[in-house]
Write a protein that binds this ligand. Structure first.
Ligand SMILES: C[S@@+](CC[C@H](N)C(=O)[O-])C[C@H]1O[C@@H](n2cnc3c(N)ncnc32)[C@H](O)[C@@H]1O
Length: 280
């Protein structure tokens, strides 16, 4: 089998947030496979075939990519943001899992910038301490599981990034999520609605859980809900305040028995260079 599959993410917005490695993959691919609007964001290249499809057929798209690679093609499977975050990398893995004959194919997943990272950068540093990402879409999982995860995330005092918060078919789930959060977290908890980050119609709203109006949310919005440590830094002249979560959490209220020594910090002398795990 001489074909390859390159699973790429375009980043959340402008071309400059696309990695050079992803641009190279798009330039060498004989075939692009992906949701139509994502393919529209890829540069035109003569002779390159484009296989656009609806956003609900991820597994079909992944199987098509494997079939094309089996036929010797160099296929770029295109997602928005990072391909491993609520996107096509998992669909390609699922297709490989179900098809032992495809496992000898050369498959590479290239990292990209995810929406929560871009939103966090605009806002300050809300993801500076422990956080989690939850998709509010119940197309691919039952809503009671979403509720269970939201509850666990709030009880664990994580910063929470909400993806897929609303769509035309699911206009009310974000209201249900906020109703639940308001029973579990303090009203003063910082909240950010980051819409279309990096695009011309970008809109950033920072508020509190008590005052947040979820009706501003749409499909292009990433919602960040702070932990008990997240806070705002006011700025002069009416500028939007910074939002950040400090690098350390106090021992009190953390569930750590008071006799235990507090963690001594994990910042390497030269900065944040210690291995930080397998962030997707
Ligand atoms: C199917 S998920 C794909 C996520 C993507 N793989 C990523 O890593 O960002 C789509 C969701 O990502 C979020 N999103 C994508 N681009 C965004 C942007 N530019 N600004 C804010 N949120 C965005 C929204 O929550 C949207 O509903």
């Amino acid at each position: 089998m001489s074909g390859r599959v390159l699973v790429v993410g375009l980043g959340p917005g402008p071309d400059r947030w696309r990695t050079p490695e992803v641009s190279e993959a798009l330039a060498i691919a004989t075939d692009l496979v992906g949701y139509g609007p994502y393919l529209d964001r890829c540069p035109e290249r003569p002779g390159q075939a484009r296989h656009g499809s609806d956003n609900r057929v991820e597994l079909d798209r992944a199987r098509l990519a494997l079939d094309l690679a089996r036929a010797g093609r160099t296929v770029a499977v295109v997602s928005g943001g990072d391909p491993g975050v609520f996107a096509m990398a998992a669909a390609v893995m699922e297709a490989l899992d179900a098809d032992p004959s495809a496992r000898a194919l050369d498959v590479t997943v290239l990292p990209g910038i995810s929406a929560m990272q871009a939103a966090a950068a605009r806002l300050g540093a809300p993801l500076g301490h422990d956080f989690c990402a939850i998709s509010l879409s119940d197309n691919l999982k039952p809503w009671p599981l979403v509720v269970r995860r939201l509850t666990a995330a709030a009880e664990g005092d994580f910063v929470i990034a909400l993806y897929n918060p609303a769509s035309k078919a699911r206009p009310t789930r974000i209201f249900e999520a906020f109703d639940l959060m308001r029973t579990l977290k303090a009203g003063a908890t910082p909240v950010a609605f980051a819409r279309a980050v990096g695009r011309p119609d970008e809109r950033l709203i920072v508020t509190t859980l008590a005052e947040a109006d979820p009706s501003v949310v749409d499909m292009a919005t990433c919602v960040l809900i702070g932990s008990s440590e997240s806070r705002f830094i006011p700025r002069p002249d009416g500028a939007r305040p910074w939002l950040y979560t400090p690098r350390s959490a106090p021992v009190s209220g953390s569930g750590v028995p008071s006799g235990d020594p507090a963690p001594s910090g994990d910042t390497a002398p030269s900065g944040d260079t210690a291995p930080s795990g397998d962030t997707g």
